[in-house]
Write a protein that binds this ligand. Sequence first.
Ligand SMILES: CC(=O)SCCNC(=O)CCNC(=O)[C@H](O)C(C)(C)COP(=O)(O)OP(=O)(O)OC[C@H]1O[C@@H](n2cnc3c(N)ncnc32)[C@H](O)[C@@H]1OP(=O)(O)O
Length: 293
Amino acid sequence: MSTSPQVYLQGMIKLIECPRDAMQGLPQFIDTAIKAAYINQLLQVGFDTIDFGSFVSPKAIPQMRDTAELLDLLDLFDSKSKLLAIVANSRGAEDALQFQEIDYLGFPLSVSETFQQRNTNKSIKEALHAVEEIQNLAEIKGKTLVTYLSMGFGNPYGDPYSPEMIADFVRQLYELGIKIISFADTVGTANPELIEKLFEMNIQAYPSIEFGAHLHSRSEDLEPKVKAAMKAGCRRFDGALKGYGGCPMAKDDLVGNVATESLIKIMEKCGHETKLNMMEFNEAMKMANVVFA
Ligand SMILES: CC(=O)SCCNC(=O)CCNC(=O)[C@H](O)C(C)(C)COP(=O)(O)OP(=O)(O)OC[C@H]1O[C@@H](n2cnc3c(N)ncnc32)[C@H](O)[C@@H]1OP(=O)(O)O
């Protein structure tokens, strides 16, 4: 049965561009000035949010060690985009919250015990405690914590997984006052049926929470996945130009980020105007060729 176009059209789409995710795993350090030039170009495009950097251990993610310096080089005054920085402990949150320019903190929570350890050296219990601390710190400063649920569609480590487990994580996050939760398909295991089910059950149960999709997918599989999320009411999508990147802490068979240009095409097919400046977007695409060469 085909889906009525109306299903896709309700509500504004938010596109979150993730240069941080695109860059973080690259072994050769990208000069801070080059990062800044690229992000400044992205700031001209009109994305809702730019996930631009992270305040984490430079030993864990060496590429992002210059996030504080990078901020000084960003031209934010004529951009409507908001900035998001990833943090993985209270120390990182305190560092990020010193910067007025940052609107959102992002925390990588995981439903996989193995991945939570691997990514943040914490158990899930410890990570949930960190979420609580960071949420409190963010609230004091009037900022919003976005919580990612990585391995949200299954994991390659053999850890337990079920949609009901996800619902339980969402309940706990709701009780901590979390307003935005993004389901991350960190290694690209999701299928359209699971995506629809997960978004539908959680959006219906928690209408006050904004749910997002941080998918990793081969481009040929992407459209049905995005449509499944949209059909279930998801209106927040993460992507990275040309599909660069992915989490370096994840298992070896990592699939890249969702290519933003593919997301835009799918949104347009579904009748959504993305309201992006496509001239600036095309400039950013040209720059990506150089930054990620
Ligand atoms: C799915 C995704 O894409 S998520 C994004 C990618 N993943 C990430 O960004 C997660 C990064 N992970 C981390 O930064 C780490 O696992 C941590 C910091 C959260 C925890 O690691 P731990 O080793 O337990 O931290 P611990 O507190 O023992 O400190 C270890 C070192 O990191 C440093 N460190 C800890 N937190 C921070 C921070 N927020 N900023 C800078 N340095 C830090 C410490 O000073 C210490 O340095 P030293 O060895 O020179 O003394």
